[in-house]
Design a protein around this ligand. Sequence first.
Ligand SMILES: C[S@@+](CC[C@H](N)C(=O)[O-])C[C@H]1O[C@@H](n2cnc3c(N)ncnc32)[C@H](O)[C@@H]1O
Length: 277
Amino acid sequence: MQSLLSVSLPLTRATIKIRPISSRNRYLVIHSTKLRMDKSRHEPEREQDSLKINNIIESNPRVNKLQQLIHSDPSAYQVVGWEKSWEQGVTPWDLGQPTPVILHLLKAGALPKGRALVPGCGTGYDVVAMACPERYVVGLDISENAINKALEMSSSLPNADNFTFLKADFFSWRSTELFDLIFDYTFFCAIKPEMRLAWAQKMRDILKPGGELITLMFPVDDHVGGPPYKVSISEYEKVLHPMGFKAISIVDNEMAIGRRMGKEKIGWWKRSLSQSL
Ligand SMILES: C[S@@+](CC[C@H](N)C(=O)[O-])C[C@H]1O[C@@H](n2cnc3c(N)ncnc32)[C@H](O)[C@@H]1O
């Protein structure tokens, strides 16, 4: 068997050890934590797994209620539906805490410093967790209720000078500055699939050349409808590659919470260094 390759990626400030692509069990190590490498690009592998996963999404009454609210609003980006879901407290995605893998990457010092953005930030736990004197974080959400909730949760925190929350539509928002890092968790799966190319264009337009995009891909499954709409590695590649993004790594998220385990991958992408494409 071939030995591990050690690759130092200055942009992620992480030492990554990765088995050659030809190896069966591939591993990626970020600061001594082992995350299982993607075994296959066709998941779930077995029909049984697929059925189980579909049931999890479809049998959750809070997800059903969310879908009713979102589809009650035919307007662009389902703006009214998101506002209603926040108003009525129908927020089945909300973990009530920062995303564990983000805390892990922060502890490992693996996240870029500078300016970071969390689009579709919801209550903003990840915004607050990532903010520090070296990293200014912008949380953006289309819902006024979400932004008010985020402000209520965060305004008296000691690092309050290191983050801000904005109510804006990601697609029409004009940022005055570019970002070093963007973190997307359950935003890509929240928007209509036909908006995904526009999502990738916007990511390219607001990231610095060489900037990094972390996509926590969820739900990697085979269910019908949404939100959350099903995602896959190839769905991300399809829209990000033409925008000049390259994957640094894509691995299973073994720190996924509860029923998300097995349906979540961490994609780490880098925007091309050239300004124009
Ligand atoms: C599934 S929630 C995820 C919230 C948060 N990322 C989390 O993981 O807890 C999707 C969020 O995206 C927001 N959203 C939907 N469309 C948006 C848009 N066009 N621009 C900005 N935010 C949007 C919704 O209001 C909602 O808070």
